[in-house]
Write a protein that binds this ligand. Sequence first.
Ligand SMILES: [Zn+2]
Length: 396
Amino acid sequence: MTQIFAAPGRYIQGYQELQRLYRHIAWFGQRFLVITTQGRLESLRQTLALSFDSPDLSLHYAVFDGEVTRAEVQRLHQLQQTLACDGVIGVGGGKVLDAAKAVAARARLPLCIVPTVVSNDAPTSALSVLYHAEGGFDDVLFHERSPDVVVVDTHVIAQAPVRLLVAGIGDALATYYEARTCVQGQHDNFLGLAGGGLQSTAGGGKPTLTSMAIAELCHRVLCEDAVQAVRACERNVVTKALNRVIEANALMSGIGFESNGVASAHAVYCGFSELGVRATAFHGEYVAFGTVVMLVLEGAPAQELDALLRLCLAVGLPVCLADLGLADISDHELQRVAEVAASPQQTSRVEPFEVTTWEMRAALLAASDLGEFYKKGGSVLTTSGGQCPASATSRG
Ligand SMILES: [Zn+2]
């Protein structure tokens, strides 16, 4: 058995840390390629000018065109070759970061990742999700190395729309449950696949005790701090609770999913992405609802479902199809979501039983119904707190 664990070379999180970026990556060299979005370009230029303040240093900016396609990666890579940079810095959301990872990997250059939102697991992982120009999913590129340096500026995160932090909490909430399923089934994680895509026949590595402990800690932090963190972010202030949730979203969930693997919650996300223009929610929002679906599918204990639904409601994560803008989902659409989520190419295959389309469809409907029920104040727990009186008595 081969166990593999991955993490970024350095993870740095601090208030206004972007202003100190250079000191964390001085070892890269003197010429840096900064990949970012048009909207962020000017303010970034001003901030980085303070940190990279030396005539020996040069920053070259490349504006990301909005989609991580093979052509876009090729274009950015050619730009880097022309400019002969010593290192790559990706600044932005998940897609910009995935593009920067792909460029650095192809050029075999050191990479610094600066997430401006913590809405998904992109910052620390060694993979890039590729899309076709028209937006459909293409493949996953697995890289040999995790990002060398990840710098999270908590001030920047607290200024971003709160819905993005909440979506990140959704993605991070799935981490523990999916890790548990993968570890119990002794499935492969996402490591050891470098050079191949999703269809690669190379096996991944098995999870470690360390990666599972990180997934558990991720869950504990969210249960304790998510509500306070969301409220702080709504006020654009950084508190200890928000600081911990940023670490859970960016670092713990990132390591947790990559080094343990994912299961049905992410398969449900892939199912919803099939709806194309009808799929308007964020990745983490589908994953949060997908986690409720997964617990229903697995027949998880009532207390677990109850805790998950309460947390989702408390932070504003979707708990039903209506919350995902799909109150009017047709039978045909629902069938398509279920078909894709239950297909053998999807990560629902790691469940310890065969997941059929009809079981997935049932879990989607039952989860949505439970969500509606909770929104009206309902609970799956009875007055005995979900505990069978007979077992309580027998324990004295
Ligand atoms: Zn995810």
